[in-house]
Design a protein around this ligand. Structure first.
Ligand code: KG4
Ligand code: ZN
Length: 372
């Protein structure tokens, strides 16, 4: 950063001052440095290579994303070795592209996804971020992928105030988190088996849809009848806030098999898609309302790829009496901007690392709370 030390390392008073600024002005103007700083975020935890330059005053300055979806499509799932190799090919050119677009030679700090995710894939961003940080002599911040999803909404013009309930729904995770502040995370419920995005993807495959399955299934569902099949609403009859989607997936599989045997799959595909989507979304909405009520939270943040689902959005809007916040659609799915933002917020809290971190399984609750 051009000549000025961050406030957070100039003494306890400055730390408090910086904290107040962070919490007072979350969003596009995180005033925790003077002058503003730029953080380059790198995301390679699964099958998307994401890079973004985030400016603490101006917001996202430039971003780029490469999806590997076509590479893995023939295998029916993400192949870790292929994912790592493709990240290696794509990451550096995307970094160059983003810096060029932004007109920046080098950022003031780097942030990268350190987990959870595929270890080989995580190592790609971890290795490059640490190498560049050494070359540029700037701080490097390891970021928790789900914290990135959870904070992505802070990139919007009208971000939520703390505390809030976060419904994190992606291809790898389904969880409800009570968020008191940055780093103050209590996981209220999680999936016991498949993540909801995974259930969308597997159902889409059964119905012969192309990847990415979730949006394709949601599209097909628009022309189907959602009451054509009575699929189970998993875990709704049980107490607690955990999810389970494997029973729903199996129920769909049996109906698909039956329809195939009767030679009528084509005519019922849309009905199956609509009925599946309705069951999955009813479950997410019911658990979210239950969690908000028991935690007495008035704000809900929905993030992760499934957060782009229209039915989820309309049902939450109709049924939840408080406010619901979403990141824009391209920030719901994996991206570099959410990692850059989380890195900027963590850097403001004094977080720094000098070794490469890559953690396949990593609980959100083990993250550090702010130091003051
Ligand atoms: O957050 P994300 O990009 O990646 C992970 O961290 O997993 O989420 C991807 C997941 C995929 O399962 C995809 O099918 C699902 O989000 N998804 C959707 C929709 N858009 C993406 N699921 C349902 N409806 C959508 N509109
Ligand atoms: Zn994700």
């Amino acid at each position: 950063m051009a000549g000025t030390e961050p406030l957070i390392i100039s003494g306890p008073a400055a730390v408090c001052k910086a904290k107040k600024l962070i919490f007072a002005s979350i969003g596009h103007s995180l005033l925790y440095y003077a002058p503003p700083m730029q953080v380059l975020g790198l995301e390679t935890s699964c099958d998307e290579t994401g890079v973004a330059l985030y400016d603490t005053e101006r917001g996202i300055v430039a971003q780029a994303l490469h999806s590997q979806i076509e590479l893995h499509a023939v295998y029916g799932g993400v192949v870790p070795e292929i994912a790592s190799r493709d990240h290696i090919r794509r990451l550096l050119p995307l970094v160059q592209q983003v810096l060029e677009e932004a007109g920046t030679e080098r950022p003031d700090a780097l942030a990268y996804t350190a987990g959870p995710g595929l270890v080989g894939a995580l190592m790609v961003a971890g290795g490059l971020a640490n190498g560049l940080a050494m070359a540029w002599n700037c701080p490097v911040i390891p970021v928790h992928h789900m914290e990135g999803h959870l904070l992505a909404v802070m990139l919007e013009d009208d971000p939520p105030a703390y505390p809030f309930l976060a419904l994190l729904v992606s291809g790898g995770h389904s969880m409800l988190v009570s968020v008191g502040a940055l780093g103050d995370y209590r996981v209220l419920g999680t999936t016991l088996d498949d993540a909801v995005g995974e259930a969308f993807d597997k159902t889409a495959t059964l119905l012969g849809l192309d990847d990415p399955g979730g949006p394709a299934l949601a599209q097909l569902a628009t022309s189907g009848a959602e009451d054509a099949y009575q699929f189970p609403r998993p875990m709704l009859n049980r107490k607690g806030l955990d999810f389970s989607f494997s029973g729903l997936k199996t129920a769909v599989m049996l109906e698909v098999r039956k329809a195939k045997e009767l030679g009528k799959l084509e005519s019922v595909r849309a009905d199956i898609a609509a009925s599946f989507q309705r069951a999955a979304i009813d479950t997410l909405v019911a658990k979210t309302l239950r969690a908000a009520k028991s935690e007495k939270l008035e704000r809900v943040v929905v993030a992760g790829g499934v957060g782009a689902n229209n039915l989820l959005r309309t049902e939450l809007a109709a049924q939840f009496s408080g406010q619901v916040f979403y990141p824009r659609a391209d920030l719901c799915t994996d991206n570099g901007a959410m990692i850059a933002l989380a890195g900027a917020m963590r850097l403001a809290d004094g977080c720094k690392a000098d070794n490469i971190q890559a953690t396949a399984r990593w609980s959100l609750e083990t993250l550090a709370r702010p130091q003051t």
